[in-house]
Design a protein around this ligand. Sequence first.
Ligand SMILES: Nc1nc2c(ncn2[C@@H]2O[C@H](COP(=O)(O)OP(=O)(O)OP(=O)(O)O)[C@@H](O)[C@H]2O)c(=O)[nH]1
Ligand SMILES: [Mg+2]
Length: 448
Amino acid sequence: MAEAKRGVGDEKNDDSSYKYIEGLVKKHGLGKKLYDEMKDEREKWRKEKINIAVIGQARQGKSSLINANVGKKVAKVRATGVCTTDIRSFPHPRNPNIILWDVPGVDAVKFPREAYFEKIGYYKNDYDFFLIVTKDIFSSDAKYVADEVQKNNKRFYLIRTHIDDSIEKQMKDKDDDESLEEEDIVADVRKNVKTELETFAFDTSKFKVYLVNNRNPLEYDFPKLKEDICRDSVSELQQEALLLTIGGYGREMIELKYKLFQSRIKKAAIASAAGGAVPIPGISATIDLTILIEETLTYFEGFGLSKESIESLEELNEVPKGTIEDALTNKLYNENRLLYVVRHGAPRALSSWDSVRSASLAIASTSGRFIASQLSLLATSETVETTVKWVLPFVGSAVAAGISYAVTSYQLGCFLDQMKKLAVFANSYLSDAERHRLEAFEASEDEN
Ligand SMILES: Nc1nc2c(ncn2[C@@H]2O[C@H](COP(=O)(O)OP(=O)(O)OP(=O)(O)O)[C@@H](O)[C@H]2O)c(=O)[nH]1
Ligand SMILES: [Mg+2]
């Protein structure tokens, strides 16, 4: 095995990585087959089907929970009126293979226990996990559902909605001279829910209850809920699909995503190497650019750092439009001009073999030329050279392929590290915004 130092972003350049790449090159050779294989590998998560049942009695906040999870109003929310008791499905707008099912709870008349699982399409829809929703107390029916689900080795999450309402009501009801903090109320609700669950013989050391406000998925236990859903995934593919679709903020979430993106870098770099073997002068940098841009934009979206995500973050935090976006853009501009150009200037590349071969559209633009010039500087750097030496044994005489691998791997690694910092930055901004929200809330209480 070749002796070479690791390049930044090349953390996976260990023995198993070496064998993985060597095996792939032996099997497919360098070229279209390997390029396509690596593209399929990076896109596989989109085909992963996940059915999530959101279950509960009428008017508990099921539809609102679905909307809060997908970040869009897909399910109809009603304050009053006759509620429907049918089963409805809501494919995630960004990934139709992740489907949230709005499912009525056990009901003595329409959905009695004996026929319940048959009626809710449990066997047909093959739900992967359940979100059991209540705005008040969990009943023995919730326990019944949880037990059945567990028998089938499926998982469930207990969700108590309307925590914002509970806080508001208690604040209003308190005596004038009583000192009551929001945290006290939340702690109290937590304690009560635990006691209720113990009444129904739930093992509360094993199952937590997530207190949420469906009107703001950044608050209370919502981020933790998303994080646990992703963390509990039954396979890496399921986790990738969940992380890239339902996402979410929070420090832990950033770590999970960072690890996922690290594992994608190798696949992107191999694809680049496969393309780099094409003996067309000058094409190597073009190929790097195509894959590099697409992969980088995937990380931006995944981290919730796309312009669209930042905008909805501002809305949820009720900060003036542009506040977080401007702060983020300034930081990026000052700290990593190349990444700034990718986020703000690069057209989304067409990552298909044909577009790669017929020269990327991206390279024709001013931003594309800037990125390409930076990459060609990088191609001659010492860091890249050491990785090229490492990779050369299996790309043989195709030095261009080695350079493609090394440049893509190094540059994506640098971008990823910078994006992680940006995600942490946006996250800390969130905490500030949350603090402001609380201050505003307290001020309005003073006025009342
Ligand atoms: N304050 C607050 N209101 C909520 C929350 N979740 C839901 N609501 C409100 O509660 C009402 C019912 O919410 P839905 O999401 O329609 O509840 P549902 O369980 O889907 O109701 P049905 O489909 O009619 O059975 C609506 O007015 C929502 O805006 C929450 O966490 N906090
Ligand atoms: Mg509903």
